[in-house]
Design a protein around this ligand. Sequence first.
Ligand code: GDP
Ligand code: MG
Length: 319
Amino acid sequence: MSRIVNQITVVGIGSAGCNTVTRLYDMNVSQNAKLVAVHTEEVHLEKSRADEKVLVGERVTHGRGTGGVVSVGARVMTEDLSSVISKVGSPKTLIVCGGLGGGMGSGGMPVLLEYYKEKYPDILRLVVTTFPFKFEGLNRKENATHGLTRLMDLADLTVLNLNDILFESIREYPMMVGFKLLDLILALTIKGMVDIIMKGGDIGISYGDFEAVSRNAGLGMVGHGTGMNVREAVENAISNVYLDGVGTSDSYALVYVATPENVTMGEASIAPDTVSKKYEVTRMFWGHRIESRNNVQVMLLVSNVQSDSVTSVRSGFLL
Ligand SMILES: Nc1nc2c(ncn2[C@@H]2O[C@H](COP(=O)(O)OP(=O)(O)O)[C@@H](O)[C@H]2O)c(=O)[nH]1
Ligand SMILES: [Mg+2]
């Protein structure tokens, strides 16, 4: 691997995290980032695809799961931290993903981030995660609340998707399809971040811009959309945001647009315009990349948002 490839490491922790990493691997993201899968469940890890795989907690869980216990997830991650770190290395950007609610994601992600925050404070620490569905029960919600609170203290940016917001549009889908869709949302977000960092835009965006949006940037929300033109793609991206976030005076927005060659300046400018009006964000970065494709793809990211749902779960109220 070249020095550039080593600049980003993506670590998937637990079942949801490993599924997301597998999805990224299948999208060829390992050309631009190192993909690491970490889990207690041996069978699940074997099925995953990643550049590196680390089975943790063998002495405690014997290759099985954590039983949904956060303290077990935190313990096995702490005990086996050195094997995880030896695969993760010291990249310029660390992206950690997993689902909140079980033991590994909620317990393990914070342990890894805490190590990097203390040892390498300059590394940009990003988290891409989900908050469980209400129907999964109170215990999962408590695990998730605990995990989220820790993550928000340890990461530069915590990109959060509330599964319940997605639920309304997928309630008629088979269960497996619903979870696959969640993996896809997480994977698209991470792939978008990697593309911005590694490829930039033909117009407009640099690592420094991405860092401005995401360094010390609290809670983040993302949306992905495609369409036959920029307006349609950006409107779809806005309706695919799964957090009730609103912009604050500290918010930044980043809009990344991939279009075919023939898009005009006027049309491309619709994307940043629409997003800054929608979220009332004054600090905006915009990147445009030309690709050989026949539709338009938009990713939007807004940082330092305020979310009533997150405020209420963190202060102990039921969602
Ligand atoms: N994206 C995604 N989320 C999942 C999947 N399975 C479960 N989840 C969600 O992630 C949460 C954590 O589950 P899981 O990843 O199995 O926990 P862990 O293995 O202990 O970290 C669950 O409460 C679900 O909301 C999956 O396959 N993909
Ligand atoms: Mg699991």
